[in-house]
Design a protein around this ligand. Structure first.
Ligand code: IMP
Length: 190
């Protein structure tokens, strides 16, 4: 197993990422520091900047993840402000904002940024398209899981088993992309 620092204060993200990365022989160690956030509405820019600054400071390979929920009827809100919006108005607030609105389309997006002093900066994207449910359902997971139903499914993320969520989730896609890149790169080493 290769161990990599994962800069996040969110234990749920660590648990999910470790589950997804274990088949690739990678184990993430949580470093609960606040990531250095550039003021930007782009998840990519936020994750890249935070990973670059952390690798430079720690002189070690690091991973940073930035994610958010983009709701079409709300013109992409809460997007990069998802964490703050979840802490303030929560799932109930989003359901209120959407009450009476037929268009429930939403996308969860995730950017994983890996930066190491030797390999430089690499980013991996994942997204999950779906619908905002009419009411909260389920107790698993975190954040907006109780109100997000991926397309083709009936259950919300919060009603799914962890491995089921990983199969459909934005984090699953982004960390699998990182895992296969990282393991192919490690195999290529002499
Ligand atoms: P950040 O990436 O730490 O800025 O936080 C992103 C926020 O988006 C989280 O605090 C959650 O509210 C929400 N979020 C991101 N990924 C998920 C997920 O897989 N399920 C539910 N909510 C999520």
């Amino acid at each position: 197993m290769t161990s990599i620092l994962f800069i996040t204060g969110n234990e749920h993200k660590v648990e999910e990422a470790n589950r997804i990365l274990s088949p690739f022989g990678v184990r993430l160690e949580m470093l609960p520091k606040k990531k250095i956030e550039v003021q930007s509405s782009s998840l990519l820019r936020i994750a890249e900047y935070a990973a670059y600054m952390a690798a430079k400071k720690l002189k070690s390979p690091v991973l940073v993840e930035d994610s958010g929920l983009f709701i079409r009827a709300l013109k992409g809100f809460p997007g990069p402000f998802s964490s703050y919006v979840h802490k303030t108005i929560g799932c109930e607030g989003i359901l209120k904002l959407l009450s009476g609105i037929e268009d429930r389309h939403a996308i969860f997006k995730c950017v994983v940024a890996f930066c190491s002093p030797s390999a430089g900066l690499h980013t991996f994207l994942g997204q999950s398209k779906g619908q905002i449910s009419l009411y909260m359902r389920g107790h698993a997971g975190f954040g907006f899981d109780p109100i997000f139903v991926p397309y083709g499914e009936e259950l919300t993320f919060a009603e799914m088993l962890p491995e089921q969520k990983d199969r459909f989730s934005h984090r699953g896609a982004a960390f699998r992309a990182f895992g296969s890149w990282f393991s192919s790169k490690s195999m290529a080493k002499p």
